[in-house]
Design a protein around this ligand. Structure first.
Ligand code: HPA
Ligand code: ZN
Length: 334
């Protein structure tokens, strides 16, 4: 298949990937067993049943209910390592070169796991991915916006040293978007900016929430990147701003269809973004839940948009340019 081969060989960067969202059903059950975790009564009993349930999510919350149960099977440093290493190996076969990946410490610290356990497991996988697969990576810690702000502040304090020592590079904001707007987290982001001069800030906005969530993430959180951002098209002034300030939107095609933000990949505002000059990257979000890793997302886009070589070169160049790695690494990626 020449289209897939062409897309596989493009030097791909992923900027919107939740490590907990890479937990495949065929790893979930063995981990539950290995850690003696009892899954809820109504939870599907087999890999096949779970895969079938993943084929139909009503909305973001319906997905998140499964995602947080999945998190419960992760306990030990090696579980976090195994999870991330499986992601890197699989994505390497799809042409991934650089990954900036999210994790949600609160899903784990709430169960008594130390944040250091989570981070050290992920970090080992990142080191191995660099050494054996030549994939560079950065870790982005996300705050869960559905939890009390006080909880998020405490999590931030517990992560201070990890940012100071640059084991963590970025701060993000995820989980249920709609009743939890960016303004609730302005203080958290202000605190995070004191942790390190090079800390990078992003936030999920404009997936469920309207365009004002995107504007407020820029104004009040001082985010330099927006995760999803697909509802920005509702506000022409915001579109002009995203283009002028070169704010990258990390678009997730298969995710947005699975969560019924759009009925089909062809409805994604990629042509609008290209015409407006807004940089974006294509990402898998939670590949174990949404039916595809990074290359599958590239293929889904090409099947609908039929871009020419020049457009793909532009999209690839913008995703390298918008990455949070240094110029030396960016040059290697070109
Ligand atoms: N949106 C919000 N929160 C999330 C997501 C997402 O796509 N994936 C994991 N947590
Ligand atoms: Zn996401």
């Amino acid at each position: 298949n020449t289209m897939r081969d062409f897309l596989r060989d493009l030097p791909k960067c992923e900027h919107h990937l939740h490590l907990e969202g890479t937990l495949e059903p065929d790893l979930l059950y063995p981990l539950a067993q290995r850690n003696n975790i009892e899954l809820p009564e109504q939870f599907p009993k087999t890999v096949k049943e779970l895969e079938d349930r993943y084929k139909q999510f009503k909305d973001l919350q319906d997905f998140l209910d499964f995602y947080y149960i999945g998190c419960e099977v992760l306990l030990k440093q090696e579980d976090f390592f195994d999870l991330a290493w499986a992601y890197f190996k699989r994505s390497h076969s799809q042409g991934l070169k650089h990954a900036e990946v999210f994790f949600d410490p609160q899903s784990h610290t709430s169960r008594g796991i130390a944040i250091e356990t989570v981070v050290s497991g992920f970090q080992k996988a990142c080191v191995k991915a660099q050494q054996e697969l030549h994939i560079s990576s950065k870790l982005i810690m996300c705050l869960l916006r559905h939890l009390p702000v006080e909880d998020c502040k405490a999590t931030l304090e517990s992560s201070r040293v990890l940012f100071e020592t640059q084991q963590l590079h970025g701060l993000g904001l995820d989980s249920a978007e709609k009743p939890f707007p960016p303004e609730l987290f302005a203080e958290c982001y202000e605190t995070a900016r004191t942790f390190h001069p090079d800390i990078q800030l992003t936030a999920h906005a404009g997936e469920e929430g309207d365009a004002s969530y995107v504007s407020n993430a820029l104004d009040l959180l001082k985010a330099s990147r927006i995760d999803h951002g697909v509802r920005s098209t509702e506000d022409p002034e915001l579109m002009a701003r995203l283009a002028r300030d070169k704010v990258m939107c990390t678009v997730c095609p298969l995710s947005s269809v699975k969560l019924q933000v759009f009925q089909d990949v062809r409805e994604l505002p990629l042509t609008e973004f290209l015409n407006a000059g807004i940089p974006f990257s294509l990402n898998s979000d939670d590949p174990a839940y949404f039916g595809g890793y990074i290359l599958d997302n590239y293929v889904a886009v090409q099947t609908r948009f039929d871009w020419d070589l020049a457009t793909w070169e532009k999209v690839v160049r913008q995703s390298i340019e918008g990455s949070w790695c240094d110029d030396k690494r960016k040059n290697e990626l070109q």
